[in-house]
Design a protein around this ligand. Structure first.
Ligand code: AMP
Length: 405
């Protein structure tokens, strides 16, 4: 008898679905892909089998109208079936869904039943852009395979261990309670994975290691993790707080919002759009991609230099703050698109922090690699690590652990 060990991981956005099929017997990837521009002009599916007869042939691109998430998932199922990896296989153990907001209710992954689904729906006001798409993905996957467990893995869950005095904003307690206003944090699967992988890289048990994780993608967040447990993270009620990001401002005086409304006559939606979509690197210099910012800054363009400096300054502030929060730091780990690839950002962020115990091996830091690695000299009190994140593997691991325990 075969033991079912495959997990399909689904990351459903409002107009896209990213997916990976993994075999948890050996944590290998069987197929990866994405459907984009669902319900829009120019929708397409890009699928890549990594095992079986189709493997090695690269990506298969399927342009064509994809009206909704149900059509998208059926198209994904057809591609997988063509590779002998059909979702009707008895080897499929579970579907793991990335769910952005779990509120205070979900501190662990959850097998999805009607009650759990209703709770995820109830959390839509806290994540109006993300949770509805997650719910749709769950409903469609459930209808395709009602007989296997669908597991929700929450972006917020890893941060649920933040102490109350860290999670609370210093505002009127009754108002905060009424509107569920507190810091939740996001990117939790990445922070969980990277903090554990950093301990492994140091060759020490995760319980003994304190890590500052810097997840620097288009969205960016920092976390202070003590012995594998999250103590603080930079994103808050929404993913807007904290670091300077591709298009989000990160921290600002909340009175900026009032000023824009009172003096500028901005509507709530206009301010939302300004701070989430037109700020950060994009707002400062017109480009949200760090590669472009670096290129332009290298050519001496003033606004790009300013954007880079603002980005790095905020990072330094968080490294300093989280050093104070943790008291003892064993490692600072850089991850995600910018953290894994932009050696200039790592160099500038660590520069001048010798008093905090940080140092960089400039040569090691400049080497490009897709492997987890240390980029600090042996003598450094605080190791600096580059650890590629793997949110899909983390979601599959958590989902599989839940359905097989
Ligand atoms: P992510 O959200 O983790 O996929 O990260 C996406 C971001 O990573 C992009 O917007 C780029 O700014 C950044 N990025 C990707 N590759 C590089 C690179 N080679 N150098 C600098 N930044 C990069």
């Amino acid at each position: 008898m075969t033991t079912a060990s495959r997990v399909l991981v689904l990351n459903s956005g409002s107009s896209s679905v990213k997916y990976q099929l993994l075999d948890m017997a050996d944590s290998t990837r069987l197929a990866v892909g994405l459907v984009e521009r669902i319900g829009e002009e120019g929708s397409r599916l890009v699928h890549e089998p990594l095992t079986g007869p189709g493997a090695g042939g690269g990506k298969r691109e399927r342009p064509g109208a994809i009206a909704d998430h149900a059509t998208a998932l059926r198209a994904v199922a057809a591609e997988l079936a063509a590779d002998g990896l059909g979702l009707d296989s008895p080897e499929l153990a579970a579907v793991g869904h990335r769910v952005v907001h779990g509120g205070t209710r979900f501190t662990q992954p959850a097998v999805i039943d009607d009650e759990v689904l209703a709770e995820i729906r109830n959390l839509i006001p806290l994540a109006p852009l993300h949770n509805p798409a997650n719910v749709t993905g769950i409903e469609v996957a459930r209808s395709l395979r009602p007989d296997i467990p669908q597991v929700a893995v929450f972006d917020t869950a890893f941060h649920s261990t933040m102490p109350e005095h860290v999670a609370r904003y210093a505002i009127d307690a009754a108002t905060a309670e009424k509107y569920a206003i507190r810091r939740y944090g996001f990117h939790g699967t990445s922070h969980a994975y990277v903090s554990r992988a950093t301990a492994a890289l140091l060759g020490r048990p995760v319980e003994d290691v304190n890590v500052i994780v810097l997840h620097l993608g288009n969205g960016a967040s920092a976390s202070a993790v003590r012995g594998g447990v999250c103590e603080e993270t930079s994103m808050g009620l929404t993913p807007l707080e904290g670091l300077v990001m591709g298009t989000r401002s990160g921290d600002l005086d909340p009175a900026v919002v009032l000023h824009l409304a009172r003096v500028g006559g901005f509507s709530v939606d206009e301010i939302d759009s300004l701070l989430n979509k037109k700020s950060g690197l994009l707002g400062l210099c017109g480009d949200n991609d760090m590669r472009e910012v670096l290129r332009r800054a290298g050519e001496g363009e003033e606004s790009a230099r300013l954007a880079f400096a603002a980005y790095v300054h905020r990072l330094k502030k968080y490294i300093g703050a989280y050093s104070a929060v943790l008291g003892r730091v064993d490692a600072v780990a850089f991850t995600a698109g910018v953290g894994e690839n932009a050696h200039q950002v790592r160099e500038a962020a660590v520069d001048g922090l010798a008093e905090l115990g940080l140092a960089l091996d400039l040569e090691a830091n400049a080497v490009r690699s897709s492997l987890p690695r240390l980029v600090s000299p042996d003598y450094a009190r605080v190791a600096v690590a580059v650890v590629p994140t793997d949110e899909e593997l983390e979601i599959a691991t958590q989902a599989y652990a839940l359905v097989t325990r």
